[in-house]
Each structure stands twice: as structure tokens, then as C-alpha cells.
Design a protein around this ligand. Structure first.
Ligand SMILES: Cc1cc2nc3c(=O)[nH]c(=O)nc-3n(C[C@H](O)[C@H](O)[C@H](O)COP(=O)(O)OP(=O)(O)OC[C@H]3O[C@@H](n4cnc5c(N)ncnc54)[C@H](O)[C@@H]3O)c2cc1C
Length: 391
């Protein structure tokens, strides 16, 4: 292999370039970045930049022998060729790391989304005391935006179509336990309210009501940025379909938010839109591009993990569970910190912790190993989570 092209200059693209070098690959590496700035980190956009704690979240520069092409978008893929907005580039292998794009609400009124550093700086400039801010979506991002807007002194309303915050991610029972945080921060939370359109002056709701606002922020999710791969022959669904080794076709891999991989652990295809995957999956791609491990190609098979900082609390979720399944509680929400677990039979399927990072670390280990656990010990906040392991 003389030339590898990595399409996408986010965390997953940068980590792929770094990992290729770390695995001893000596050919050319070209990193195509549609944005005109070097790779930066996204979690700080909503946690620090929006709060005015910093203005930038640049990542360490790629190794000097990686060719970083800023402002250069991949526009198509054919065997051995990546088409770009400035001409075709030949290559021996391609890694697709084009991430995801925010979904926008219908309507002709102005709306903000939060995906790029430009988005964060533009929104921050709008968060001024007394302004009415409507945040659509009470998911991970919506809750973080509401936190920042409330701290900036705005009059914040969060409008959520589901019956509780975070319901899509963790289910209604657990999501409801976070409702009080909104009121505590002076934020109005309206659940069960679907937005029909964004208009000048605020939101139009499906039931005919309105939410007046000077600033509208849409936090309703993202779609994988794979439109440029239409006609490439790759299998595209909710992302680029790759196998357990993150391979889409001979010499073509995909990684990060845009990749839907086959998880052996969960027996299904997964697309994970979390930082941990963007950081760690590239290692597997680099290993496989450079010959695999001692036992052949390496599979990527994580226990998914995400964290969020909202209303002064640290939330951490690991695993996968059916949002309709009943949680097992640990700790009293009145004390501030608590955890919720979901079990499949005798094994831990997933957990959410609020300000109990040690619970997360220990539970994640149990999940990775598929250990059997005792629910009664798991529910006892005085015992370490690891003490719940059976035999
Ligand atoms: C505000 C915010 C807060 C977040 N907070 C958390 C958190 O607390 N915890 C957590 O686990 N995750 C969090 N995430 C998610 C996490 O940041 C993503 O999972 C991660 O950024 C995915 O990295 P990626 O490289 O796959 O994709 P991206 O970060 O989307 O990077 C893809 C890059 O490819 C570029 N690109 C797109 N199309 C092309 C093309 N055709 N040609 C060339 N380049 C292209 C894009 O411009 C982009 O720079 C957050 C995300 C956001 C937006």
C-alpha cells in the first residue's frame, strides 16, 4: 500500500492517521477535511465553549508526515479513486470517517444547530441575559445547551416530543428522574410536545400552540454524513455498512459516527455516535489495514459508552438496553448521586450513573466480561459494584 486516504478530519479521521503511523505504516497518508480548520474535539463545544470557558478545542496536530488537506471535501468514491471538490486522488485504501450532520427542523425561521466550532461560537454570541431561548430536544445535547443558556441568564424552554428527557437514550423511567434538574435551573421543560415548524419569533407546535423565542436551537439528532458515497457501490443504510472488522469492501473501511458495524457482542448492526468509538475504533482499522493481529483481522466489539455534563452533574451511560425495560435503582435521587442498571437475565446489559464515576468503571468491566451479577448487591449503594459479581 503506497497511499491511504482518510476522508473526514474529525476525531475518528485524525486517530486513524495517527494509528496508521503507530502501526508502522510508512506510505503516504492523506487526511481530507471538509472544514477549513485542523481537527478539533466536539464534546467541549457544548460543555466549555458554549459556557465561555474557552474559545477553541483544537486537538494535537496530526503527525508531520500526514498530509492534512483542509477545506477539501470528498465527493465520490470509485475503485482506487477518491473524488474531491478539487480533483481525483488515487489511493490503495480508503478510510471513511465523515461523521454525522445535525438534523434540522422544518420551517423558514432561523435555527441553530450545534456540530461545529462555528456553530458553538455563533450560538454563544446569542445567549444573552433575558433572551428567550427554545431548545428542541431533551437528549444529551439539548440538556447541555439548556444548561449553558440558563447559566448565561436566558429564559429557556426545552420542548421535547417524548414523555421525558433522555427517553430515547435511557427510557422514560430513568429520564423522569432528571426532570427536576430543569426546574432547579429555572428552565421550563415541556414534554409530549412535538414541534411542527420553526418560524420567525419561535416555534409552532403540532397541537397548534406556539413557543415564542428569539433563539431556537435544534438538538434532535444527527444523520451519518454519507451522501457523498451514493453510487459508490458500498452498502449504505443508517451509515456505511461495515463488517465486524470495520471493512466495507476490499481496501475500504469506515469508522466513527458514520460507520454501522456488525457487533458480535450484541448480535446486530450498531452505529455509535459517541466520542469513545471515534477514539478507539481507528486502532482496529489501522491494525487491519496493516495486516491484522497475530490471529488474523481484529474485530471492533465495544461496550458503548457516552457521558454528558448537564445541570452541574456528570452522567455516564454504558452498554445497551431496551428503553422499555425496567431499571434496577441504586442510591436515592434525593441524595444527588444515583445509578440505574438494566439486566438481561443474570447479566448486566447497561447502566446510567449520575455523579458516581466509580460505579461506571466497575460496571463497564463486568459488562465487558459478561459477568453474572446479584441484583440485591448491585442495588446496595454501600457496596462497590464489583462486589455484585457472582462466583
Ligand atoms: C456538541 C457536541 C457534544 C458532544 N458531546 C459528547 C459527549 O459528551 N460524549 C460523547 O461520547 N460524545 C459526544 N459527542 C459526540 C462525539 O463528538 C462524536 O461521536 C465524534 O465527534 C465523532 O467523531 P467522527 O470523527 O466520527 O465524526 P465528526 O466529529 O463528525 O467528524 C467528521 C469530520 O468529517 C468532515 N467531513 C464530512 N463530510 C466530509 C467529506 N465529504 N469530505 C471530507 N470531510 C468531510 C466533517 O466536516 C467533520 O469535520 C458530542 C458531539 C457534539 C456535536
Amino acid at each position: 500500500m503506497e497511499r491511504v486516504i482518510v476522508a473526514g478530519g474529525g476525531m475518528a479521521g485524525l486517530r486513524t492517521a495517527e494509528a496508521l503511523r503507530a502501526h508502522g505504516y510508512e506510505g503516504r497518508v492523506m487526511l481530507l477535511a471538509a472544514e477549513d480548520r485542523p481537527p478539533y474535539d466536539r464534546p467541549p463545544l457544548s460543555k466549555e465553549i458554549l459556557l465561555g470557558k474557552r474559545d477553541d478545542s483544537a486537538l494535537a496536530a496530526p503527525p508531520p508526515d500526514v498530509e492534512l488537506l483542509l477545506g477539501r471535501a470528498a465527493t465520490g468514491l470509485a475503485p482506487g479513486v477518491v473524488r474531491t471538490d478539487a480533483g481525483d486522488l488515487g489511493c490503495d485504501a480508503v478510510v471513511i470517517a465523515t461523521g454525522a450532520e445535525p438534523i434540522r427542523l422544518p420551517g423558514d425561521g432561523p435555527q441553530h444547530v450545534l456540530r461545529t466550532i462555528g456553530d458553538a461560537l455563533r450560538l454563544r454570541a446569542e445567549l444573552r441575559p433575558g433572551r428567550r431561548v427554545a431548545v428542541v430536544g431533551a437528549g444529551w445535547i439539548g440538556a447541555e445547551v439548556a444548561t449553558a443558556a440558563a447559566r448565561a441568564g436566558c429564559a429557556v424552554t426545552v420542548v421535547e416530543a417524548g414523555n421525558a428527557p433522555l427517553a430515547v437514550a435511557v427510557g422514560e423511567d430513568v429520564g423522569r428522574r432528571t426532570e427536576g434538574w430543569y426546574a432547579e435551573a429555572g428552565v421550563t421543560l415541556r414534554t409530549g410536545a412535538a414541534v411542527a415548524a420553526v418560524r420567525d419569533g419561535g416555534l409552532e407546535l403540532a397541537d397548534g400552540g406556539t413557543v415564542p423565542a428569539e433563539v431556537v436551537v435544534s438538538g434532535i439528532g444527527v444523520r451519518p454524513a454519507v451522501g457523498w458515497l451514493a453510487g459508490s457501490g458500498l452498502e449504505l443504510g443508517d451509515g456505511v455498512h461495515v463488517d465486524a472488522y470495520l471493512r466495507a469492501a476490499e481496501g475500504v473501511y469506515a469508522v466513527g459516527d458514520c460507520a454501522a458495524f456488525v457487533s458480535r457482542r450484541y448480535g446486530r448492526r450498531l452505529r455509535i455516535e459517541h466520542w469513545d468509538t471515534a477514539v478507539n475504533a481507528p486502532e482496529v482499522v489501522a491494525a487491519n489495514l496493516t495486516g491484522g493481529g497475530p490471529d488474523g483481522p481484529e474485530a471492533y466489539d465495544p461496550v458503548p459508552y457516552v457521558w454528558s455534563e448537564q445541570f452541574g452533574r456528570m452522567l455516564q451511560y454504558a452498554g445497551r438496553h431496551d428503553p422499555a425495560s425496567v431499571p434496577l435503582w441504586r442510591g436515592d435521587p434525593a441524595d444527588g448521586s444515583w445509578s440505574a442498571f438494566w439486566l438481561t437475565g443474570e447479566r448486566l446489559a447497561a447502566m446510567l450513573t449520575v455523579d458516581r464515576p466509580r460505579d461506571l468503571v466497575q460496571a463497564r468491566r463486568l459488562m465487558r466480561r459478561g459477568a453474572r451479577v446479584d441484583p440485591a448487591r448491585l442495588a446496595d449503594p454501600e457496596l462497590p459494584v464489583k462486589a455484585a459479581e457472582e462466583g
